[in-house]
Design a protein around this ligand. Structure first.
Ligand SMILES: Nc1ncnc2c1ncn2[C@@H]1O[C@H](COP(=O)(O)OP(=O)(O)O)[C@@H](O)[C@H]1O
Ligand SMILES: NC(=O)OP(=O)(O)O
Length: 318
């Protein structure tokens, strides 16, 4: 395999919370410390790293705080909440990653960038919410919120989860700044939570306007990787491989697969909406039509191997 040069790593929400999805500051910092060690190992392998991350648990929790305190302090819109999660997660990642880089004797340091992502104002994702956020609740508790007008969905064995609008990312507005920071030698943390969704509907001169939604971070990562001319996209989650027949007795892990094989599995409904589905779609969008690119979906512990070794995780290549 051709050695990687510039890698975009998309860090899953699972990597930043506890095993049971809990998101106290201590649990988040401990999880991020562990993630930072694996990311620093990727940097140590000699590649440029641009890091993006999820925010599903964190942005859902902020929404709840806003709603509960609405009679005391003015609530802020969902795009502001996304911006707030970018800042909190980026500073925590920067603290832990800088320490992990220094511990390995590496000279690189981390820079976090508040990042906007352009979406279409008439995207169907605004009318048909699809993005799970926040905590899991048992059905009876979730139904209390449904009665208040919220949308909740059965997410399987962990329980029910709130669902919000999630338009398709079109482009990362701040890509040129990310590129400049990467070229200057920084490990850049950017486009967290898929980026702050903004539209350009021409109604306000040249100004972009934030819109209330949460973009899928894996889909944004695919665009970011293309815009930064990365050769490798690594989607880090909590399973070592994508599986076919997931959760059934015939489940089997996928190793190296072509774009057309993976499209076949996706078309056969193998990958769940709101979890593995967008990861596979992001990997396919990044690799499709670009002979020099490679996408890997694997667990955090395997990301350094995924960059240097063709046998780690599920590898999608042209
Ligand atoms: N076909 C599949 N192969 C592997 N995992 C799957 C599959 N379908 C659904 N999953 C689930 O997807 C989860 C990862 O998605 P998600 O929880 O959204 O990740 P993250 O928060 O890390 O971005 C896994 O923990 C697994 O339970
Ligand atoms: N925004 C987003 O996709 O977050 P998660 O990866 O945490 O769901």
């Amino acid at each position: 395999m051709t050695p990687a040069r510039r890698v975009v790593i998309a860090l899953g929400g699972n990597a930043m919370t506890g095993p049971d999805g809990s998101a106290t500051p201590t649990v988040q910092r401990d999880a991020i410390r562990e993630a930072a060690g694996h990311i620093a190992d990727v940097v140590a392998s000699g590649v440029e790293v641009v890091l993006t991350h999820g925010n599903g648990p964190q942005v859902g929790n902020l929404l709840v705080k806003n709603e509960m305190a609405a009679h005391v302090v003015p609530p802020v819109p969902l795009d502001w909440n996304v911006a707030q999660t970018q800042a909190t997660i980026a500073f925590t990642l920067a603290d832990e990653l800088d320490a992990a880089l220094a511990a390995r004797g590496l000279s690189q340091r981390t820079a976090g960038l508040v990042t906007r992502t352009l979406v279409d104002a008439d995207d169907p994702g605004f009318r048909e919410p699809s993005k799970p956020v926040g905590r899991f609740l048992p059905r009876e508790e979730a139904e209390r919120f449904v009665a208040l007008g919220q949308i909740w969905e059965d997410r399987g064995e962990k329980g029910w989860r709130r669902i919000v609008a999630s338009p398709e990312p079109r482009s990362v507005v701040d890509s040129p700044a990310i590129h400049a920071l990467a070229e200057a030698g920084f490990v850049v943390v950017c486009a967290g939570g898929g980026g702050i969704p903004v539209t350009d509907d021409g109604s306000d001169g040249d100004a972009l306007r934030g819109v209330e939604a949460v973009i899928d971070k894996d889909l944004t990562a695919a665009i970011l990787a293309r815009e930064l001319d990365a050769d490798t996209l690594v989607i880090a989650t909590d399973v070592p491989n994508v599986m076919v027949d997931f959760g059934t007795p015939t489940a089997r892990p996928l190793g190296r697969v072509t774009v057309s094989e993976m499209r076949g599995h996706a078309a056969a409904g193998q990958f769940a909406r709101g979890s593995m589905g967008p990861k596979v779609e992001a990997a396919l969008r990044f690799v499709d039509g670009s002979a020099a690119s490679r996408a890997v979906i694997t667990s955090l512990e395997h990301i350094a191997d995924a960059v240097t070794d063709d046998d780690a995780g599920t590898v999608i290549a042209p």
